[in-house]
Design a protein around this ligand. Structure first.
Ligand code: NAD
Length: 339
């Protein structure tokens, strides 16, 4: 029987690691390529030892090399949170441009089908709401978010050029805000920030007056939509996200209630170019992929809170062990103190 082999670039990141897991469950052999810029081996440690899984530590902007035949390439490598792409602006532009070029060249050479993880950020600060795939966007190329938005817009153009000029089978998913286990506490996105502040009993920081809205999708729903898109015959961009819209202030309150925290909510200045509204129109995903989100927000948030509780307890435990070591080492006799 033919072994189905998938390559996931950025597979040690938040979304990529869930995707690797799901593909393995579907019976694929999975090769994860990641340079660990913003990802971590901790995200894939549960996959280590599975014979159908392999990890290659490599920067996809240099080259992508795999000896075996490959059927599917999922191109997820890219810093994704504003904190990350502001910290790594050049790497973000490079992985969106050079990295996408290398990943497409690799798919072409392997005669594999290619899927680009694009983003709702290609719509910028949208003038139409909710956003349909035909909307061209309202992006500031020289603003702080330009490094990410324009890299993804270039990546989409490059993907369609490979499709039209070289006949590579390509898919483009425009991912809207997604949350779930393995997000990083300090990645600056609203849900990890609210959850960790609530769990630690710290003030919860809402930007602006909190009336700006987001719609958040639980990670297993997103991964399901991505696999359906890859297996479909549709080559134009498709929005995948949860249209269930909520204001930032209500999201903070919902998280505070779910954690049982008594944190105060405080307000800070809105960052530059922060979109005011963001909501996917998912008619295409519904009609073409038969997809819509299944996980209700309170269920997804409860799982995420559970994960962060463990993370924060683990951090506290690691810290107290370190402190213990430090105290004990101070008690140890120093050179020459032995009696
Ligand atoms: P993440 O930072 O957790 O994962 C990205 C991974 O890419 C990391 O493991 C990082 O080390 C790796 N990477 C970065 N540059 C690389 C390079 N040059 N070579 C190899 N690996 C590299 O982010 P995420 O949230 O999992 O996002 C994954 C993808 O989904 C990104 O392309 C992002 O733009 C897209 N996306 C995510 C969201 C979201 O809500 N999380 C929304 C829209 C789009």
């Amino acid at each position: 029987m033919h072994t189905i082999r998938s390559v996931v670039t950025g597979g040690a990141g938040f979304l990529g690691s869930h995707l690797c897991e799901r593909l393995l469950a579907e019976g694929h052999n999975v090769i994860c390529i990641d340079n660990l810029l913003t990802g971590s081996v901790r995200n894939i440690e549960n996959l280590a030892g599975i014979p159908a899984f392999r990890f290659i530590k490599s920067d996809v902007t240099n080259y992508i090399y795999v000896n075996e035949p490959v059927d599917y390439v999922f191109h997820f490598a890219s810093p994704a949170s504003p904190i990350d792409y502001l910290k790594f602006p050049i790497q973000t532009l490079k992985v969106g441009s050079l990295g996408t070029h290398k990943a497409l060249g690799f798919a072409k050479a392997k005669r594999a089908r290619f899927l680009l993880a694009s983003t709702s950020e290609v719509y910028g600060d949208p003038e139409i709401h909710p956003q349909v795939e035909e909307y061209w966007g309202h992006v500031n190329p020289v603003g702080p978010r330009g490094v990410y938005d324009e890299a993804k817009r270039f990546a989409e153009a490059m993907t369609l050029a490979y499709h039209r000029f070289h006949g590579v089978e390509t898919r483009i998913v425009r991912i809207f805000n997604t949350y779930g286990e393995r997000m990083r506490i300090e990645d600056g996105r609203a849900i990890p920030a609210f959850v960790s502040q609530a769990l630690r009993g710290e003030d919860m920081t809402v930007f602006g007056d909190g009336s700006q809205t987001r719609s958040v999708c639980y990670v297993t729903d997103l991964v399901d939509g991505i696999i359906r898109l890859m297996m479909s015959g549709y080559d134009m961009p498709v929005n995948i996200g949860n249209p269930d819209e909520i204001s930032m202030l209500d999201l903070a309150k919902e998280i505070r209630d779910l954690t049982g925290s008594r944190s105060r909510i405080i307000f800070k200045d809105l960052p530059q170019d922060d979109p005011k509204v963001r909501q996917p129109n998912i008619s295409k995903a519904r009609s073409i992929l038969g997809w819509e989100p299944q996980v209700r927000r309170n269920v997804g948030l409860a799982k995420t809170i559970h994960y962060f509780r463990d993370e924060i307890d683990g951090l506290a435990q690691r810290k107290s062990t370190m402190e213990q070591y430090a105290t004990n080492s101070m008690k140890l006799p120093r050179n020459g103190e032995h009696t």
